[in-house]
Design a protein around this ligand. Structure first.
Ligand code: FAD
Length: 281
């Protein structure tokens, strides 16, 4: 199933993101996560590629993606980065042979030496080979780009190169997403855009994320951490509730998709999906 075919008028596509185990991690945890997420009937599940370093390489992502679609019957999306782009042809061939139809084409957090410089170059190289290609979008602009308008020009280049849908980086203020959406549409971006959301689980997790990706932290989140402490059950509950409210507001305003960064914790996705009032078909 091609992911682009899931986006329809008056429907919100619900998707989840999971990550492969670290080198010495337990793959069974990921398989258990997958089984628990499947019950929530997501439209698709995506699997990261090498994010945060120290993962086991492309074949693990490919195998998890294959299991999601073949064993669980859920459409799946393989992330692929330019890093290691000398192996891109091999990885793409492996994806093809395993019947994987959807790729999220990314640059990765480091610029690949000797490989593709930008995601758009990777997209151009793999388009026309029968995959449905998605790419990343940034409601506040990418951390290395000093200007949102310029970043949107680069986003349009990804669409022109063959990206058919976008998934955004996390954000905590929906006004930023609506502002970005308006600018993206005005710039000729017609591809569906799923809003990526990550609930807060602890102060350390959120600090790590915002320093890595440059997303801004609005005062309601700071107040929430101040009120409930750095971690613990109350903060987790309040963090998920905050995300759920964001999701509900986005759905009520006709967002095309909600992408939940599950952090391999199915209870996050479960709480959101069970409490979200949304049109799924
Ligand atoms: P690009 O689109 O290439 O953009 C990178 C930077 O280059 C931006 O600042 C952009 O404005 C600039 N740029 C683009 N084109 C041009 C141009 N023509 N001229 C000048 N500047 C230009 N990382 C992983 O390692 N593994 C993952 O699985 C992963 N999954 C992700 C999933 C999502 C939904 C998102 C939002 C991010 C994910 N990332 C992942 C992180 C991603 O790799 C980083 O954000 C990375 O820094 C940028 O990737 P990109 O594909 O957006 O790059």
């Amino acid at each position: 199933m091609k992911i682009i075919d899931l986006y329809k008028p008056n429907k919100t596509v619900i998707s989840f993101e999971i990550f492969p185990p670290k080198k010495d991690g337990d793959i069974d945890t990921v398989y258990r996560t997958m089984s628990e997420l499947k019950v929530l009937a997501p439209d698709f599940i995506s699997v990261t590629f090498g994010a945060g370093g120290k993962t086991r390489g492309s074949s693990v992502t490919t195998e998890i993606v294959r299991q999601i679609q073949d064993k669980h019957g859920v459409p799946s999306l393989a992330h692929l980065t330019c890093c290691g782009s000398e192996n891109i042809s091999e990885i793409v061939l492996e994806l093809k042979l395993k019947g994987i139809e959807n790729i999220l084409a990314l640059r990765g957090d480091e610029v690949a030496s000797g490989g593709f410089q930008y995601a758009k170059d990777l997209i151009a190289a793999i388009s026309g080979r029968g995959f449905c290609i998605g790419a990343a979008a940034y409601p506040e602009g990418h951390i290395a780009c000093d200007d949102l308008e310029k970043d949107i020009v680069h986003l349009k280049q990804k669409q022109d190169a063959g990206a058919e849908f976008f998934i955004t980086q996390l954000f905590f203020d929906n006004a930023l997403f609506y502002n970005f959406l308006e600018k993206a549409r005005a710039a000729g971006i017609k591809a569906p855009i799923s809003a990526g959301l990550m609930p807060i689980l602890s102060k350390a997790q959120i600090a790590r994320m915002i320093f890595m990706c440059g997303a801004s932290l609005p005062s309601p989140i700071i107040k929430l951490i101040n009120r409930y402490g750095d971690e613990g059950e109350s903060l987790v509950k309040a963090g998920i509730e905050y995300s759920l409210n964001q999701m509900q507001n986005l759905c009520d305003n006709g967002v095309e998709g909600i992408h939940i960064y599950t952090m391999n914790k199915p209870f996050i996705a479960e709480y959101c999906v069970k409490n979200l009032r949304v049109k799924r078909v």
